[in-house]
Structures are given as structure tokens and as C-alpha cells.
Ligand binder design. Sequence first.
Ligand SMILES: NC(=O)c1ccc[n+]([C@@H]2O[C@H](COP(=O)([O-])OP(=O)(O)OC[C@H]3O[C@@H](n4cnc5c(N)ncnc54)[C@H](OP(=O)(O)O)[C@@H]3O)[C@@H](O)[C@H]2O)c1
Length: 326
Amino acid sequence: MLESKRKVCVTGASGFLASWLVKRLLLSGYYVVGTVRDPENEKKLGHLWRLEGARERLKLVKADLKEEGSFDKAIFGCHGVFHTASPVLKPASDPKEEILGPAVEGTLNVLRSCKKNPCLKRVVLTSSSSTVRVRDDFDPDVPLDESSWASIQLCERLQIWYALSKTLAEKAAWEFCNKNEIDLVTILPSFVIGPSLPPDLCSTASDVLGLLKGETEKFQWHGRMGYVHIDDVAACHMFVYEHKSANGRYLCSSTVVDNDELASLLSTKYPSLPIPKRFEQLNRPYYEFNTSKLKSAGFEFKFKTIEEIFEDCISSLVDQGYLPSF
Ligand SMILES: NC(=O)c1ccc[n+]([C@@H]2O[C@H](COP(=O)([O-])OP(=O)(O)OC[C@H]3O[C@@H](n4cnc5c(N)ncnc54)[C@H](OP(=O)(O)O)[C@@H]3O)[C@@H](O)[C@H]2O)c1
């Protein structure tokens, strides 16, 4: 029986970001109920069972965003819920079925389970900086902050399904939580970089690997991007959970750079990697992120520069055999 006082649920526990969050929560003494789609999949879950404290304080429960009520069991009795599960893939044929439905309906599904849980204190939802950034009507001289929302019309017109899914899901979450008096805090990470605890790389980590191997194709569309280290993102989730006064949305991003600048910084530090020197100019708007809300609440980013953010990611790609040693 898990002790309920410091018991929290992490949805999508085996994912890239969630695995780091589970690691941090266990190290801090929490009892963690993680939801996964296939609790029998040892290859996908072995890294979670090897985390310090996992044998004593981790429980994995089956749940799918597409199944109504399937999070009830995992969430019941938890004080906190970290909802990270959401499709991050680029849809193959049907964006509604593959990404929009699971993200939006799945989030409401999780929140309905939260509503049934009398112990619930706070829900922390992993949103995305794309919910702030994908718009074309802002002043480039004014850094974007949490008051900005992506344009649904622009996301639809440019078929940026991921940003659309995260924007609609976060908006739906705010509406549901306001109506049902659920304490919700959302985290809006930019592009998350760091060593992957799961053995298979998630889609963003595969894009990074492509860049380091000299491909421009997959990385090209990112254009100008904010970057943040995975450990800072995990720490930020715990920070807003544990700080009573935390409220609303929090942008979580260390630095914003253009593709060209990113490539130049990384090629200088790793001259033997075939990182592309130049990218096609995509005519994307210039922007910066204003993360003062998070910093003035007392959160400090541990990894600040591109070099710091990428360092252990690149080492772990070498260790895992994805990149040749250099
Ligand atoms: N990586 C980034 O740069 C970044 C930036 C900003 C925000 N985020 C957000 O961070 C969260 C985690 O993303 P990630 O980068 O860690 O990617 P990831 O490794 O692919 O994790 C996504 C998780 O969602 C789960 N999931 C997907 N569809 C599901 C469904 N129908 N039912 C239940 N679970 C489902 C996956 O479960 P399976 O393992 O079973 O597939 C996986 O655990 C997402 O909300 C994402 O939008 C990521």
C-alpha cells in the first residue's frame, strides 16, 4: 500500500520528460504512481525500475488517454497529479485521431479522474512554449511571456498539429479546472534537451541526433527555438508543485537561438561532429522568451548556455551508441 501523504501520479511515466520527473520525485522521497500504456513492456520500463527508490516507492498502472476513466485507479488517493502524457509524434495521416484527440480529450479524461479524487491538492500540466509562440501578430521587441497564446487559425493554416494540440489541450484544462475548482499550474517548456533515460529516443531527441549527424531536414523547420535542459524541466515541475503560491502558467526556457547560431556554437565545441554549418532561412519572426515569472518565484535554471544544455545529452548519445565516440 502506497503511503498517501506524499503520493503523486505521473501520467506517461515512461516518456523522456516524465522519466526524469519520476527520478527526481523518487529521490525526494515521494511515492509515485506512474501511468503507462503497457505495464508488461520490460524493455520500455526497465529504466524506471532501476531508479533509486523505485522498488520501494514506485507503482506502475495501465492507463490510456483514449479510454474514458482509465486514469481513475492511478489518480485516486494521490495529492498531486503531473499530467505529462501527450502524443509528440508528427501525425502520419489523421491529425485528429493521432494527436488532437488524445491530447485534448485525453487531458479532460485525466482531469475528470482528478475531480473524483478527494485527496487532490494540485494538478501540474506539461504544456509547451509553442502555446505561446506560434502566432504572427506580436512585437518582436517585446519578449513573449505567459500572457501570449498561439493562434489557433495560424496553427491550422500551417498544419502545426503539435502546437495546436497543446494549445487546445491547455485551454481545455484551464476551462475545466476553473469550472471545477481544481488547482492547476501549467509548465511551458521550450525544446527539451538532455540524456534520455528510456532506451528509445523520443521524437525531439531523434531530431537532435539528426542535427548532430549532419542532417538539416528534420531540424530545419524548428527555425529559431528556445532550449532548456531536461533536469531543469523536471525540477521546475516539482518546484511549482511544492510552492503553494505558484499559480497560472510558467514558461520554462533557458535560452533562445536561431538554427545557425545553435549549429555554430555546437560545431565550435564539437568540431569532429558533422553538424551543418548553415540552414535555409525560413523567414520566421524573431522572438525572445520572458521567463521572469518563474525566476522571480525563486526558480533557478542550472543549465543556462547552449553548450551546458547540450553537453550531457551529447555524451549520453555517445554512451548509448547513437553517435560514434570522438
Ligand atoms: N520534448 C520536448 O522538447 C517537449 C517540449 C515541450 C513540451 N513537451 C511535452 O512534454 C510531454 C512529454 O513529452 P516527451 O518529450 O517526454 O515525449 P515522449 O517521450 O514521447 O513522451 C510522451 C508520453 O506520452 C504518452 N502517450 C502518448 N499517447 C498516449 C496515450 N494515448 N495514452 C497514454 N499515454 C500516451 C507516451 O506513452 P508511451 O510511452 O506509451 O508511448 C509517453 O509516455 C508532452 O506533454 C510534450 O508535449 C515536450
